[in-house]
Each structure stands twice: as structure tokens, then as C-alpha cells.
Design a protein around this ligand. Structure first.
Ligand SMILES: Nc1ncnc2c1ncn2[C@@H]1O[C@H](COP(=O)(O)OP(=O)(O)O)[C@@H](O)[C@H]1O
Ligand SMILES: O=P(O)(O)OC[C@H]1O[C@](O)(COP(=O)(O)O)[C@@H](O)[C@@H]1O
Ligand SMILES: [Mg+2]
Length: 529
């Protein structure tokens, strides 16, 4: 069993879903029973399964053991150890070619490092993963390892350029691939990866077109990338290389990596893409290939574990303001106006929660993590009736994954195996219209679905900076000889994390967190249960 802290976990959940067994980490303590019940509810609504049974397997930590913290930390260090080329290959380090010490305009960035530049990260540098010491398991959002909520330091590896590197830059062929759905900032990351590779002295940089598909489709050629090609790509949204879902098998992808003689692969994508990247890394290791696979988490939904946020999220929240503001204006200008905005968020309601909070115009925010009822005295429709009576208008923001249990279930999957969700926005719109018609009160419902507008736009300033740092750190990680890692921001410090730790489960809004409570305080909405 893995003793993990990614979600303050010390127990393992044995889950039976539609007859199949699987294990999942489960945040325990505060009240295990409560958490199990809540988890069951969240899981049911996120995965649209009815047949689900949950059993908590006894945690393996013996808290009576005076050394339990030491054991926990050893286990943590093992899990967060970064896979390195030297684990399987006899490769020797060499002095880095990356230095920002200027040697004049003719310098090709390919000389020896300057001893006097103190810009390198030491391999033993670490950043703290958790920074709050909770005094009680009942503190809001408490993440506890033991019942006393003891403080245990959890250190992760600091990202950045190392003094020693494991590749000869002139011999390196580096490839970049972007997978999954679009996200603001993809081009910014591509651009920074290319700039940084060139700074090390890499000449052979290519883009793989349309996600993993581009590895094996003969019609999709490698795109040569250089400073000149990527110079202005950040000015537009989307991905210069294109994206896709689904694609070839891992073994075919690795065959292609071998055939194309790729040494470094930079993979930009979400949970699914990272699962693929880790499988590619494993297969390369099995074949004893000297390849560094490094991820940069891309998900507008912000659902990657352990990170403060993923790039594109801020932009999405900002872009969503325009839709919310339009919904508000429509609602305010109509007699008994109800504005309804659907935002992305397959299983995590971060965009809806943050967009609601920042707009200050939302009366009701609905997210996948918090189930709600439409009907009945505590239902959403009753509350809307109240808002129309008292304020004459209402604005609702719903995440696409919210309330899925209210819709007809579908077994449809997209090419990557993600469940195709029912349209909760359309459903709520219809139900509101029906309800007000039934009670004989006029209501003017305006539904806005800005889904693709929100994610196809160019990164805003703060995301552009995040993309810059992550793109650069991805290259530093590959030159440092790591593989099977991803780059992120943790407590405003930049770190490398082993891929399996960030994709254990999607990160979700904790309904007990201060942020969700702030959102409820701001909207003033009751519990719709
Ligand atoms: N478990 C997995 N193992 C290997 N590859 C995967 C896995 N899940 C998804 N992929 C691949 O990763 C790519 C992107 O996945 P998807 O779920 O669509 O987007 P995201 O990476 O944003 O979550 C697709 O090409 C898909 O085939
Ligand atoms: O219509 P598409 O391209 O499948 O994308 C829709 C999905 O993309 C998302 O933004 C997440 O995409 P990723 O997992 O690729 O980051 C979801 O919120 C949404 O369900
Ligand atoms: Mg995904």
C-alpha cells in the first residue's frame, strides 16, 4: 500500500465500481466515516456510476510506533524521488552549457559555465509541499496524517538549472507534443521550451503534430522549431502544433521515438496526457533508451494534484468574467431576469468557484463536488423563486460536471476514454423555465455557454509568466537527466514532481475548504439538499 500525502492520505480505499475492483487513496481523519460518505457521493456524481461500494483498508502506519514520522518521511522521500537516467544507464554528467553570464553578442551559449554565476539549483535543494500546520483535524480544510494532526515536513525537489547536465546539447534531438483539449498558454510554453533548448545549444528541435496521434500518422510530419518559428506564437491562443484526444498505443509511440531518434520529449497535457507520458517513460526505461520525458501540466480545469494552479486557469477565470458580466446585465435588464452561465470543469469546479468569487455577481454557484437538488423546499428552484421575489433577478454559474446525477446517464466516452457529460446548463435552463411557468410567475432566462471562448484565448499576463517558468524548468529538468517528471508551482515555489504523484486522482474543490466557504459567503446561497 502506498502511504501518500497527496490528498492528506494515509489510508487506501478499496473501491468496487460496476463489479470491478480498484484501489484509490482516500483522505482520512477528521471523521473517516464522514469522509467516506462524502467521497462516495463525489465519486458517484463524478463518474456517473451507481454500483459503488467503498471499504477503507486499515492504514498501515502504526501511530503508536515512536518512529512513525521517520517511516512516513522515508516513504514520502521514496515516492517523491525523481527518476533519473543514471537509475538504468551508465551516463556521466558534464558541465552545463547553460549560463546567463553574458560573453558578448557573438556567444552561441555553448561555452563552459562561468564559475561566478550563482544561478544554479543544487540537487539537494527542496521546497515544502505543505505549509500550514493544522492545530486540529477539525480546522477548515485540515490535511492530517495522524489523528493528532502532527506536523510532518514533506519536502519536494526544487526545479531549475543544474551545474551538471547529462546530454551533449549539440547531439540532442528534442520534441514537443501538446495533447488533450486546448488551454490558454500552450504556445507560451512551446516558445519557452524552444528558447531554453537553444540557450543550452540544442539545434535539432521538432514539434509533433496533433498530440500523440502525430507520432504514428504518416500524414503528420515533424515540425522544425526554432527561435524564429516560435518568436510570436504566444500572441495567439491554441497550440501551434495542434492537439488531439486518443491516439496510438504506448509501444507504437516509443517505436516512433526510437525511429525518430528523439532524446528529450516535452509533453504538454493534463491527467490523461501525463498518464501517457509516464507510460512512455516506463517503456523507454524498459528498452534502456536514453530519453528524458518531461511533462508540463496543462489543464484549464486546474485539476492536477499538489500544485497551486496550472497554467491557463487564471486566464479562463478572467475570460469567464465577460460571460458572467453579460449574464448579469441581461438578468438586470429583463423583468424577472435569470442569467445562467455554464463554465468548464469536468470533475472539478475550480473555474466556476473562482469566476463566481471574482465577479461578485453570482447568486448561485454549482460545482461537481457539491450535489444539489432542483426540487423541494431546499431546492435550487425554490431559492430562485425567492431571489426573483426579493431582488427581481438572479445569476447562476454552473460547472459542466455539476449535477450529473440529475441527467440521463450516458455510456459514451470520448477518444481518450473520458465520459461524455450531459449538458447540465441546458437542463437547468429548461427546469427553470418549466418551474416558473408552472407557478405562473414570469421569468426571462438567458443561457450563456462560453466554453470554447474561454479556453481558445491567449494567456493573460500572470499565466504567461507561469508558462515561461514552467517551459524553462522543463528543459532544465531534461538536461539534469530526469525523466518521468513534471513541473509545477507549489506554495509559490517551482518544483519537479514524479508524474504518478500528480495523477493519482483529479484535484477537486474541497467543500470544507476556506475557498468554497468564501464562495458561499459571497453568493449567499443555501445548501440545496
Ligand atoms: N491512462 C492513459 N494512459 C496512456 N495514455 C492516455 C491515458 N489517458 C489518456 N491518454 C492519452 O493522453 C492524451 C490526452 O488525454 P485526455 O484525457 O484527452 O486529455 P488530458 O491530458 O488533458 O487529460 C490522449 O491522446 C489519450 O489517448
Ligand atoms: O470538447 P473537448 O475538446 O473534448 O473538451 C471539453 C473538455 O475539456 C476540458 O476543458 C478539460 O480538458 P483537458 O482534460 O484536456 O484539460 C473539460 O473541462 C471539458 O470537458
Ligand atoms: Mg483529462
Amino acid at each position: 500500500m502506498a502511504i501518500t500525502s497527496s490528498t492528506n492520505t494515509i489510508g487506501l480505499l478499496n473501491l468496487q465500481k460496476n463489479g470491478k475492483h480498484s484501489n484509490m487513496d482516500l483522505p482520512l481523519f477528521r471523521s473517516s466515516h464522514l469522509k467516506v460518505r462524502r467521497f462516495k457521493r463525489i465519486f458517484k456524481c463524478a463518474s456517473q456510476v451507481n454500483d459503488i461500494s467503498v471499504e477503507v483498508v486499515k492504514p498501515e502506519i502504526d501511530f503508536k510506533d515512536p518512529d512513525w514520522k521517520k517511516h512516513f518521511q522515508e516513504d514520502f522521500d521514496n515516492r517523491f524521488r525523481l527518476p533519473h537516467l543514471t537509475d538504468i544507464l551508465d551516463v556521466k554528467p558534464r558541465p552545463t552549457t547553460f549560463s546567463l553570464k553574458s560573453r558578448g553578442p557573438l556567444d552561441d551559449g555553448n561555452g563552459a559555465p562561468m564559475d561566478t554565476w550563482y544561478g544554479y539549483v543544487n540537487d539537494d535543494d527542496r521546497a515544502l509541499l505543505k505549509v500550514i500546520k493544522f492545530a486540529s483535524p477539525n480546522s477548515a480544510g485540515a490535511e492530517c496524517i495522524d489523528p493528532d494532526c502532527s506536523w510532518v515536513e514533506q519536502w519536494v525537489h526544487r526545479a531549475g538549472p543544474r551545474k551538471q547536465i547529462y546530454y551533449e546539447p549539440k547531439e540532442v534531438k528534442a520534441a514537443i507534443v501538446t495533447c488533450g483539449g486546448l488551454c490558454p498558454g500552450l504556445n507560451d510554453v512551446i516558445r519557452q521550451i524552444v528558447f531554453t533548448l537553444e540557450k543550452y545549444g540544442v539545434k535539432n528541435i521538432v514539434g509533433i503534430q496533433f498530440g500523440y496521434r502525430g507520432f504514428c500518422d504518416e500524414n503528420l510530419r515533424e515540425v522544425p522549431l526554432s527561435h524564429q518559428v516560435v518568436q510570436n506564437i504566444n500572441l495567439a491562443g491554441g497550440s501551434l502544433l495542434g492537439v488531439s484526444r486518443g491516439g496510438p498505443s504506448i509501444s507504437d509511440i516509443v517505436d516512433s521515438i526510437q525511429a525518430k531518434a528523439i532524446d528529450m520529449l516535452f509533453v504538454l497535457g493534463g491527467n490523461g496526457t501525463h498518464a501517457g507520458a509516464n507510460a512512455i517513460h516506463d517503456e523507454c526505461r524498459k528498452r534502456k533508451m536514453k530519453v528524458s520525458v518531461v511533462g508540463v501540466p496543462k489543464t484549464i480545469d486546474n485539476d492536477i494534484q499538489l500544485m497551486d494552479k496550472t497554467f491557463g486557469f487564471d486566464t479562463a477565470v478572467e475570460e469567464a468574467q465577460r460571460a458572467i458580466n453579460s449574464a448579469y446585465i441581461e438578468a438586470q435588464s429583463a423583468y424577472h431576469g435569470i442569467g445562467l452561465v455554464k463554465l468548464m470543469g469536468r470533475s472539478s469546479g475550480f473555474i466556476a468557484m473562482h469566476a463566481s468569487l471574482s465577479s461578485g455577481q453570482i447568486d448561485i454557484c454549482l460545482i461537481p463536488e457539491v450535489p444539489f437538488k432542483l426540487e423541494g423546499p431546499n431546492g435550487l428552484l425554490q431559492h430562485l423563486e425567492h431571489l426573483i421575489k426579493t431582488k427581481g433577478k438572479a445569476v447562476v454559474c454552473v460547472a459542466e460536471g455539476a449535477g450529473q446525477e440529475l441527467l440521463q446517464k450516458s455510456a459514451a466516452l470520448d477518444a481518450s476514454g473520458n465520459v461524455v457529460l450531459g449538458d447540465i446548463g441546458v437542463h437547468i435552463q429548461q427546469q427553470i423555465k418549466r418551474h416558473f411557468k408552472n407557478i405562473g410567475v414570469p421569468a426571462d432566462v438567458k443561457y450563456i455557454d462560453p466554453t470554447y471562448m474561454v479556453r481558445a484565448c491567449r494567456a493573460n499576463a500572470s499565466d504567461a509568466i507561469l508558462c515561461t517558468v514552467l517551459g524553462q524548468n522543463a528543459v532544465h529538468g531534461a538536461f539534469a537527466g530526469f525523466s518521468g517528471i513534471t513541473t509545477g508551482i507549489c506554495n509559490i515555489h517551482y518544483v519537479y514532481l514524479p508524474i504518478p504523484e500528480v495523477i493519482r486522482s483529479p484535484r477537486r474543490v474541497d467543500p470544507n475548504s476556506r475557498m468554497w466557504h468564501r464562495c458561499l459567503t459571497s453568493t449567499g446561497q443555501p445548501d440545496f439538499r
